[in-house]
Design a protein. Structure first.
Length: 172
């Protein structure tokens, strides 16, 4: 079984000055400098990271906003439910979660409808994604379906999983 390294969040600035994507400050980096900065992370390394998320710095009024999002308890409950689903799915095997599925399990549990498959194939070509990124997208989409309580992976989950390849999209 493939040994997996990154169960951990890692972070990097969006550009050398750190302001790219910020609404408050203007990035002064040239496109070439941004590309050079980001290309220091190799494709094979990015391929091993399941989820890429861009976070823009918060403005002062956003930090002071006291309205609450979904509670951590509610999120926890949903995650626990998805984890239980995965334990049931892989009962009797050494696999514990979607991230560790082997090829045969992926064939069984990551089936896509014809339209969704076509959309994913299009995205892979357009974004020039690697076979490994394709694999990551399917695993993440399976988990998103589990979180949503869906038996099958739908187009929505695949689209969301593709969104999480943002560094692939920007770099390659
Ligand atoms: Zn910058």
């Amino acid at each position: 079984m493939e040994r997996r390294w990154f169960y951990y969040p890692i972070s990097m600035a969006t550009c050398p000055c750190g302001h790219l994507g910020s609404l408050q400050r203007q990035c002064r980096c040239t496109p070439g400098a941004v590309h050079h900065y980001r290309s220091r992370i190799s494709g094979p390394l990015l391929d091993r990271i399941d989820i890429h998320v861009d976070l823009a710095p918060l403005a002062d009024h956003q930090m002071l906003d006291r309205r609450r999002g979904e509670s951590s308890a509610a999120v926890r409950e949903r995650v626990c439910r998805a984890r239980t689903l995965q334990q049931q799915r892989f009962a009797g095997t050494r696999v514990r979660c979607n991230a560790d599925m082997d090829g045969q399990m992926m064939d069984s549990f990551c089936q896509l409808g014809q339209d969704t498959r076509g959309m994913l194939r299009f995205a892979i070509t357009e974004l020039n994604l690697s076979a490994r990124a394709y694999d990551r997208i399917l695993r993440v989409a399976r988990t998103l379906a589990d979180l949503a309580g869906e038996a099958n992976i739908g187009a929505l989950q695949v689209q969301e999983a593709i969104q999480y390849r943002s560094l692939d999209r920007q770099m390659w």
